[in-house]
Write a protein that binds this ligand. Sequence first.
Ligand SMILES: NC(=O)c1ccc[n+]([C@@H]2O[C@H](COP(=O)([O-])OP(=O)(O)OC[C@H]3O[C@@H](n4cnc5c(N)ncnc54)[C@H](OP(=O)(O)O)[C@@H]3O)[C@@H](O)[C@H]2O)c1
Length: 268
Amino acid sequence: MAGASTWKGTGERVVVTGASSGIGAAAAVEAAKAGATVALVARRADRLAEVVEECRRHVPWCQMVVADLAELALIDDLAAELTEVLGGGVDVLVNNAGVPKRRGVRDLSPADVEEVMRINYFSPVRLTLALLPGMLERDHGDIVNVSSMGAHMVAYRVGAYCASKAALEMFTEALHVELAGTGVRAHTFVPGTTLTEFSTPKDGNDPPFPTDPATAATAEEVGRELIRALGDERLVTYATARDEATAARKAADPNAFLAEMRSIFSAR
Ligand SMILES: NC(=O)c1ccc[n+]([C@@H]2O[C@H](COP(=O)([O-])OP(=O)(O)OC[C@H]3O[C@@H](n4cnc5c(N)ncnc54)[C@H](OP(=O)(O)O)[C@@H]3O)[C@@H](O)[C@H]2O)c1
Protein backbone atom coordinates (compact mmCIF):
# COMPACT_ATOMS: atom_id res chain seq x y z
CA MET A 1 0.00 0.00 0.00
CA ALA A 2 1.16 3.55 -0.68
CA GLY A 3 2.85 5.59 2.05
CA ALA A 4 2.84 9.36 2.43
CA SER A 5 2.56 10.98 -0.98
CA THR A 6 3.49 14.40 -2.32
CA TRP A 7 1.38 13.86 -5.45
CA LYS A 8 -0.79 16.91 -6.13
CA GLY A 9 -2.10 16.11 -9.58
CA THR A 10 -3.14 19.52 -10.81
CA GLY A 11 -0.65 20.92 -13.29
CA GLU A 12 1.37 17.72 -13.55
CA ARG A 13 2.06 16.34 -17.03
CA VAL A 14 1.77 12.56 -16.93
CA VAL A 15 2.59 9.85 -19.48
CA VAL A 16 0.90 6.48 -18.96
CA THR A 17 1.94 3.65 -21.28
CA GLY A 18 -0.42 0.74 -21.80
CA ALA A 19 -3.35 3.06 -21.13
CA SER A 20 -5.81 1.43 -23.55
CA SER A 21 -7.02 -1.12 -20.97
CA GLY A 22 -6.68 -2.50 -17.47
CA ILE A 23 -4.43 -0.92 -14.87
CA GLY A 24 -3.02 1.73 -17.25
CA ALA A 25 -6.47 2.91 -18.32
CA ALA A 26 -7.60 3.11 -14.68
CA ALA A 27 -4.42 4.96 -13.64
CA ALA A 28 -4.75 7.45 -16.51
CA VAL A 29 -8.35 8.28 -15.51
CA GLU A 30 -7.33 8.54 -11.85
CA ALA A 31 -4.50 10.95 -12.73
CA ALA A 32 -6.87 13.09 -14.82
CA LYS A 33 -9.39 13.08 -11.95
CA ALA A 34 -6.61 14.50 -9.78
CA GLY A 35 -6.18 17.34 -12.29
CA ALA A 36 -3.16 16.10 -14.26
CA THR A 37 -2.79 16.41 -18.01
CA VAL A 38 -2.31 12.85 -19.20
CA ALA A 39 -0.80 11.52 -22.44
CA LEU A 40 -1.97 7.96 -23.02
CA VAL A 41 0.11 5.53 -25.08
CA ALA A 42 -0.79 2.12 -26.59
CA ARG A 43 -1.37 0.43 -29.96
CA ARG A 44 -5.19 0.11 -30.05
CA ALA A 45 -6.40 3.54 -31.17
CA ASP A 46 -10.11 2.74 -30.64
CA ARG A 47 -9.58 1.68 -27.04
CA LEU A 48 -7.25 4.62 -26.33
CA ALA A 49 -9.88 6.99 -27.74
CA GLU A 50 -12.45 5.69 -25.23
CA VAL A 51 -10.09 6.16 -22.29
CA VAL A 52 -8.86 9.59 -23.38
CA GLU A 53 -12.48 10.70 -23.71
CA GLU A 54 -13.04 9.75 -20.08
CA CYS A 55 -9.84 11.59 -19.06
CA ARG A 56 -10.95 14.70 -20.96
CA ARG A 57 -14.09 14.91 -18.81
CA HIS A 58 -11.68 15.93 -16.05
CA VAL A 59 -8.89 17.67 -17.99
CA PRO A 60 -9.90 18.57 -21.57
CA TRP A 61 -6.36 18.71 -22.97
CA CYS A 62 -5.44 15.09 -22.22
CA GLN A 63 -3.88 13.45 -25.27
CA MET A 64 -3.45 10.04 -26.86
CA VAL A 65 -0.47 8.81 -28.85
CA VAL A 66 -0.72 5.53 -30.76
CA ALA A 67 2.60 3.68 -30.67
CA ASP A 68 4.02 0.17 -30.63
CA LEU A 69 6.46 0.16 -27.74
CA ALA A 70 8.15 -2.96 -29.13
CA GLU A 71 9.62 -0.71 -31.86
CA LEU A 72 12.64 0.25 -29.81
CA ALA A 73 14.23 2.33 -32.59
CA LEU A 74 11.20 4.68 -32.45
CA ILE A 75 11.25 5.31 -28.70
CA ASP A 76 13.33 8.51 -28.89
CA ASP A 77 10.85 9.94 -31.41
CA LEU A 78 7.97 8.87 -29.17
CA ALA A 79 9.57 10.64 -26.20
CA ALA A 80 9.88 13.81 -28.27
CA GLU A 81 6.24 13.55 -29.37
CA LEU A 82 5.04 13.01 -25.79
CA THR A 83 7.04 16.01 -24.61
CA GLU A 84 5.52 18.12 -27.37
CA VAL A 85 1.89 17.06 -26.82
CA LEU A 86 2.28 17.77 -23.11
CA GLY A 87 3.45 21.29 -23.83
CA GLY A 88 7.22 20.93 -23.44
CA GLY A 89 7.87 18.53 -20.57
CA VAL A 90 6.94 15.28 -18.85
CA ASP A 91 6.69 15.36 -15.04
CA VAL A 92 5.54 11.79 -14.45
CA LEU A 93 6.31 8.70 -16.50
CA VAL A 94 4.30 5.58 -15.72
CA ASN A 95 5.86 2.64 -17.57
CA ASN A 96 2.87 0.33 -17.31
CA ALA A 97 2.59 -1.35 -20.75
CA GLY A 98 3.41 -5.01 -20.51
CA VAL A 99 2.74 -8.42 -21.96
CA PRO A 100 2.53 -11.86 -20.38
CA LYS A 101 4.66 -14.84 -21.35
CA ARG A 102 2.94 -17.93 -20.07
CA ARG A 103 5.29 -20.70 -21.13
CA GLY A 104 7.17 -23.26 -19.06
CA VAL A 105 10.96 -23.49 -19.29
CA ARG A 106 10.80 -26.79 -21.20
CA ASP A 107 8.97 -25.09 -24.10
CA LEU A 108 10.45 -21.60 -23.98
CA SER A 109 12.21 -20.42 -27.16
CA PRO A 110 14.87 -17.69 -27.38
CA ALA A 111 12.35 -15.66 -29.41
CA ASP A 112 9.82 -15.89 -26.55
CA VAL A 113 12.39 -14.54 -24.12
CA GLU A 114 13.44 -11.71 -26.41
CA GLU A 115 9.84 -10.68 -27.13
CA VAL A 116 8.89 -10.32 -23.48
CA MET A 117 12.16 -8.57 -22.60
CA ARG A 118 11.65 -6.10 -25.46
CA ILE A 119 8.27 -4.88 -24.25
CA ASN A 120 8.60 -5.34 -20.49
CA TYR A 121 12.24 -4.28 -20.02
CA PHE A 122 14.06 -2.65 -22.97
CA SER A 123 11.13 -0.46 -23.94
CA PRO A 124 10.47 1.15 -20.50
CA VAL A 125 14.21 1.55 -19.96
CA ARG A 126 14.62 3.35 -23.28
CA LEU A 127 11.63 5.61 -22.66
CA THR A 128 13.03 6.42 -19.22
CA LEU A 129 16.49 7.21 -20.63
CA ALA A 130 14.90 9.45 -23.28
CA LEU A 131 12.79 11.46 -20.78
CA LEU A 132 15.19 11.56 -17.82
CA PRO A 133 17.44 14.40 -19.07
CA GLY A 134 14.42 16.75 -19.28
CA MET A 135 13.29 15.78 -15.77
CA LEU A 136 16.79 16.35 -14.38
CA GLU A 137 17.05 19.69 -16.16
CA ARG A 138 13.80 20.83 -14.52
CA ASP A 139 14.81 19.02 -11.28
CA HIS A 140 11.31 17.56 -11.12
CA GLY A 141 9.95 14.15 -12.02
CA ASP A 142 8.50 10.81 -11.02
CA ILE A 143 9.22 7.55 -12.81
CA VAL A 144 6.96 4.63 -11.91
CA ASN A 145 7.79 1.23 -13.31
CA VAL A 146 5.04 -1.36 -13.09
CA SER A 147 6.40 -4.73 -12.06
CA SER A 148 4.53 -7.83 -10.91
CA MET A 149 4.17 -10.13 -7.93
CA GLY A 150 5.68 -12.65 -10.37
CA ALA A 151 9.04 -11.11 -9.48
CA HIS A 152 8.36 -11.59 -5.73
CA MET A 153 6.65 -14.95 -5.54
CA VAL A 154 7.15 -17.93 -7.79
CA ALA A 155 7.96 -18.08 -11.51
CA TYR A 156 5.82 -21.14 -12.27
CA ARG A 157 5.53 -21.42 -16.07
CA VAL A 158 6.07 -17.65 -16.38
CA GLY A 159 9.83 -17.55 -15.89
CA ALA A 160 10.67 -15.27 -18.82
CA TYR A 161 7.92 -12.84 -17.79
CA CYS A 162 9.07 -12.78 -14.16
CA ALA A 163 12.67 -12.27 -15.25
CA SER A 164 11.65 -9.26 -17.39
CA LYS A 165 9.95 -7.69 -14.37
CA ALA A 166 12.87 -8.53 -12.05
CA ALA A 167 15.21 -6.77 -14.51
CA LEU A 168 12.92 -3.74 -14.54
CA GLU A 169 12.89 -3.70 -10.74
CA MET A 170 16.68 -3.68 -10.48
CA PHE A 171 16.93 -0.89 -13.05
CA THR A 172 14.38 1.07 -11.00
CA GLU A 173 16.41 0.48 -7.85
CA ALA A 174 19.46 1.92 -9.61
CA LEU A 175 17.45 5.01 -10.61
CA HIS A 176 16.06 5.34 -7.09
CA VAL A 177 19.50 5.34 -5.50
CA GLU A 178 21.43 7.27 -8.16
CA LEU A 179 18.84 10.05 -8.40
CA ALA A 180 18.86 10.72 -4.65
CA GLY A 181 19.43 14.41 -4.01
CA THR A 182 17.69 15.42 -7.25
CA GLY A 183 14.03 16.31 -7.72
CA VAL A 184 13.45 13.09 -9.67
CA ARG A 185 12.12 9.99 -7.88
CA ALA A 186 11.82 6.42 -9.12
CA HIS A 187 9.41 3.80 -7.81
CA THR A 188 8.53 0.21 -8.43
CA PHE A 189 4.80 -0.49 -8.29
CA VAL A 190 3.89 -4.15 -7.80
CA PRO A 191 0.43 -5.43 -8.72
CA GLY A 192 -0.70 -8.92 -7.83
CA THR A 193 -3.48 -10.71 -9.66
CA THR A 194 -5.73 -8.07 -11.15
CA LEU A 195 -8.89 -8.55 -13.21
CA THR A 196 -7.82 -7.26 -16.65
CA GLU A 197 -7.30 -8.56 -20.19
CA PHE A 198 -3.81 -9.67 -19.16
CA SER A 199 -5.06 -13.07 -18.02
CA THR A 200 -6.96 -13.84 -21.22
CA PRO A 201 -5.86 -16.20 -24.02
CA LYS A 202 -3.07 -14.62 -26.08
CA ASP A 203 -0.94 -15.65 -29.08
CA GLY A 204 2.47 -16.95 -28.08
CA ASN A 205 1.24 -17.90 -24.61
CA ASP A 206 -0.06 -21.04 -22.94
CA PRO A 207 -3.66 -20.73 -21.68
CA PRO A 208 -4.06 -18.42 -18.67
CA PHE A 209 -4.26 -19.82 -15.17
CA PRO A 210 -7.75 -19.56 -13.68
CA THR A 211 -8.20 -16.35 -11.69
CA ASP A 212 -10.23 -16.29 -8.48
CA PRO A 213 -12.29 -13.07 -8.63
CA ALA A 214 -12.71 -13.26 -4.85
CA THR A 215 -8.98 -12.67 -4.23
CA ALA A 216 -8.04 -10.64 -7.34
CA ALA A 217 -8.04 -6.83 -7.29
CA THR A 218 -9.92 -4.74 -9.84
CA ALA A 219 -8.07 -2.52 -12.31
CA GLU A 220 -9.69 0.52 -10.68
CA GLU A 221 -8.40 -0.42 -7.22
CA VAL A 222 -4.89 -1.01 -8.54
CA GLY A 223 -4.87 2.11 -10.76
CA ARG A 224 -5.94 4.21 -7.76
CA GLU A 225 -3.17 2.74 -5.62
CA LEU A 226 -0.62 3.38 -8.38
CA ILE A 227 -1.51 7.07 -8.53
CA ARG A 228 -1.50 7.29 -4.73
CA ALA A 229 2.11 6.00 -4.82
CA LEU A 230 3.28 9.00 -6.86
CA GLY A 231 5.61 11.17 -4.85
CA ASP A 232 6.22 8.40 -2.32
CA GLU A 233 9.85 8.54 -1.22
CA ARG A 234 10.07 4.75 -0.80
CA LEU A 235 11.26 2.47 -3.58
CA VAL A 236 8.51 -0.15 -3.65
CA THR A 237 4.74 0.05 -3.37
CA TYR A 238 2.61 -3.09 -3.47
CA ALA A 239 -0.87 -2.76 -4.93
CA THR A 240 -2.47 -4.50 -1.95
CA ALA A 241 -1.58 -5.35 1.64
CA ARG A 242 -2.03 -9.01 0.74
CA ASP A 243 0.66 -8.75 -1.99
CA GLU A 244 3.01 -6.98 0.42
CA ALA A 245 2.55 -9.73 3.02
CA THR A 246 3.23 -12.48 0.45
CA ALA A 247 6.41 -10.74 -0.76
CA ALA A 248 7.56 -10.35 2.86
CA ARG A 249 6.93 -14.04 3.53
CA LYS A 250 9.09 -15.07 0.56
CA ALA A 251 11.82 -12.54 1.36
CA ALA A 252 11.98 -13.77 4.98
CA ASP A 253 12.78 -17.35 3.93
CA PRO A 254 12.94 -17.93 0.15
CA ASN A 255 13.95 -21.60 0.47
CA ALA A 256 11.02 -22.46 2.74
CA PHE A 257 8.60 -20.45 0.59
CA LEU A 258 9.74 -22.15 -2.62
CA ALA A 259 9.71 -25.61 -1.02
CA GLU A 260 6.05 -24.98 -0.21
CA MET A 261 5.38 -23.83 -3.79
CA ARG A 262 7.22 -26.85 -5.26
CA SER A 263 5.02 -29.22 -3.29
CA ILE A 264 1.88 -27.38 -4.43
CA PHE A 265 2.94 -27.37 -8.09
CA SER A 266 4.33 -30.92 -8.19
CA ALA A 267 0.87 -32.14 -7.18
CA ARG A 268 -0.56 -30.66 -10.42
N1 LIG B 1 -3.34 -8.17 -14.51
C1 LIG B 1 -2.50 -8.73 -13.66
O1 LIG B 1 -2.86 -9.71 -12.97
C2 LIG B 1 -1.11 -8.14 -13.47
C3 LIG B 1 -0.37 -8.60 -12.37
C4 LIG B 1 0.91 -8.08 -12.18
C5 LIG B 1 1.42 -7.14 -13.04
N2 LIG B 1 0.68 -6.70 -14.09
C6 LIG B 1 1.29 -5.70 -14.98
O2 LIG B 1 0.42 -4.61 -15.10
C7 LIG B 1 0.66 -3.94 -16.35
C8 LIG B 1 -0.67 -3.64 -17.01
O3 LIG B 1 -1.29 -4.87 -17.34
P1 LIG B 1 -2.88 -5.07 -17.26
O4 LIG B 1 -3.14 -6.12 -16.26
O5 LIG B 1 -3.58 -3.78 -17.14
O6 LIG B 1 -3.15 -5.77 -18.68
P2 LIG B 1 -3.81 -5.24 -20.04
O7 LIG B 1 -5.20 -4.80 -19.80
O8 LIG B 1 -3.56 -6.33 -21.02
O9 LIG B 1 -2.94 -3.98 -20.39
C9 LIG B 1 -1.69 -4.04 -21.05
C10 LIG B 1 -1.46 -2.71 -21.73
O10 LIG B 1 -0.16 -2.74 -22.35
C11 LIG B 1 -0.30 -2.28 -23.69
N3 LIG B 1 0.72 -2.87 -24.55
C12 LIG B 1 1.06 -4.17 -24.65
N4 LIG B 1 1.99 -4.32 -25.63
C13 LIG B 1 2.22 -3.09 -26.14
C14 LIG B 1 3.06 -2.61 -27.19
N5 LIG B 1 3.86 -3.41 -27.89
N6 LIG B 1 3.04 -1.28 -27.45
C15 LIG B 1 2.23 -0.44 -26.75
N7 LIG B 1 1.43 -0.84 -25.74
C16 LIG B 1 1.42 -2.16 -25.46
C17 LIG B 1 -1.71 -2.71 -24.10
O11 LIG B 1 -2.19 -1.86 -25.13
P3 LIG B 1 -2.39 -2.25 -26.65
O12 LIG B 1 -2.69 -3.73 -26.73
O13 LIG B 1 -3.52 -1.37 -27.08
O14 LIG B 1 -1.11 -1.88 -27.32
C18 LIG B 1 -2.48 -2.44 -22.81
O15 LIG B 1 -2.89 -1.08 -22.76
C19 LIG B 1 1.60 -4.86 -17.14
O16 LIG B 1 2.92 -4.35 -17.10
C20 LIG B 1 1.53 -6.18 -16.40
O17 LIG B 1 2.74 -6.93 -16.52
C21 LIG B 1 -0.57 -7.18 -14.33
